[in-house]
Design a binder for this molecule. Structure first.
Ligand code: NAP
Ligand code: G4F
Length: 324
């Protein structure tokens, strides 16, 4: 009998890599799909299995984190042993434009799921996609004991979800864990996050499709890792004997400016000739510096990241050049 997992956010960057990993490990994987007027399954197309075939191991279900009764019905039907809550309005800048919607989904999605699990008496392990954005203005290095000081509606909503997850663990003895993940990127990263915006920009400039790239704050420091390594960490958290919270990070720090340098220099271009400032990409409040200390995950789970920002930038530029 293969293990059964449910992934919310399966169509996103992390959801697609996690689905791949679990299918490789012989799980049956169920994913939530948001109904949209055009296809939003591009990242998992290569994993698609015809539902008419006998026993497909990837199954998609229409649902939205804002619809609590649908979550109850699905959890009862699917009876997953592991639930990975990755769905969110995940864009920090957009959360300033849509604070209420961000709260309804990024903030309230996890208590909806946790309460649904409790209501139907489902025995399962629960992973919450918490974020280094919760540390906000607290100076680095940041680990599991660092106080939160969120600087955006997104960060504040993630703090809400973090505490709800801990509360269900402490109040009801649920196996519920927070993965506090620092920025992780890949060729599947959304096109409006800064790393992918840069690497796609490089590819389009090289191909003569554009002559400038507009960005905001180049001084922000981030700890960028490689997404497939981070989803392996999520899985490891749910396999441990005890539920706990873990930071995943590389412990290395680079500015946006340095990521520009890594990306443009890889194809022999000088970024200063192409990058322009646009204030619309500034945030009402910025998170200046995130640098993680993942020693707890290293000691308990044996989790060690290998890919660092310079190699990540090269990998993403090459993928974007091939695609463009
Ligand atoms: P992503 O690419 O933006 O994917 C977000 C996923 O959530 C997509 O599948 C999206 O569906 C889905 N979603 C959004 N709103 C939903 C709703 N109301 N109901 C159901 N599904 C909804 O994000 P990611 O980079 O993979 O990140 C995964 C999770 O980790 C997110 O919770 C994010 O906040 C968190 N996180 C990410 C990072 C990072 O650096 N990547 C770091 C820390 C934490 P559509 O495809 O239909 O839009
Ligand atoms: O790539 P970003 O949008 O990522 P941010 O805000 O760090 O959030 C990401 O990582 C979090 C983990 O810490 C996740 F929880 C969250 O879901 C998301 O995945 O911006 C990175 C930095 C910021 O300081 C931003 O101000 O890049 C700066 N930046 C400069 N110009 C820009 C731009 N960011 C974006 N998105 N677009 C720009 O043009």
């Amino acid at each position: 009998m293969s293990k059964v997992a449910l992934i919310t956010g399966i169509t996103g960057q992390d959801g697609s890599y996690l689905a791949e990993l679990l299918l490789e490990k012989d799980y049956t994987v169920h994913g939530l799909l948001r109904r949209a007027s055009s296809f939003n399954t591009g990242r998992i197309e290569h994993l698609y299995q015809d539902p008419h075939e006998p026993h497909p191991r990837l199954r998609l279900h229409y649902a939205d984190l804002a619809d609590g009764s649908r979550l109850v019905t699905l959890l009862e039907q699917i009876q997953p042993k592991e639930v990975y809550n990755l769905a969110a309005q995940s864009h920090v800048r957009v959360s300033f434009d849509e604070p209420e919607y961000t709260g309804l989904t990024t903030g309230l999605g996890s208590p909806r799921l946790l309460e649904a699990i409790r209501m139907i008496g489902l025995e399962c392990r629960f992973y919450q996609a918490s974020s280094s954005e919760m540390f906000g203005a607290t100076p680095p290095p940041q680990n599991e004991r660092t106080p939160f000081w969120p600087r955006s509606p997104y960060g504040a909503s993630k703090v809400d979800s973090y505490w709800m997850t801990r509360n269900y663990r402490e109040a009801y003895g649920m196996f519920a864990v927070n993965g506090i993940l620092f920025n992780h990127e890949s060729p599947r990263r959304g096109l409006t996050f800064v790393t992918r915006k840069i690497t796609r920009g490089v590819a389009e400039i090289l191909a003569g499709k554009r002559d400038a790239l507009y960005l905001g704050n180049l001084d922000a420091v981030r700890d960028w890792g490689y997404a497939p390594e981070y989803v392996a960490g999520m899985w490891a958290m749910l396999q441990h004997t005890e539920p706990d919270d873990y930071v995943l990070a590389t412990g290395t720090a680079h500015t946006v400016r340095e990521f520009l340098e890594f990306s443009f220099s890889h194809v022999g271009l000088d970024w200063q000739k192409y990058v322009r400032f646009d204030e619309r990409y500034l945030r009402a409040a910025e998170v200046d510096s995130l640098i993680g200390d993942a020693s707890h995950a290293g000691a308990v789970l044996g989790w060690v990241p290998k890919v660092l920002a310079p190699e990540l930038a090269r990998m993403m530029v090459e993928a974007d050049c091939a695609a463009v």
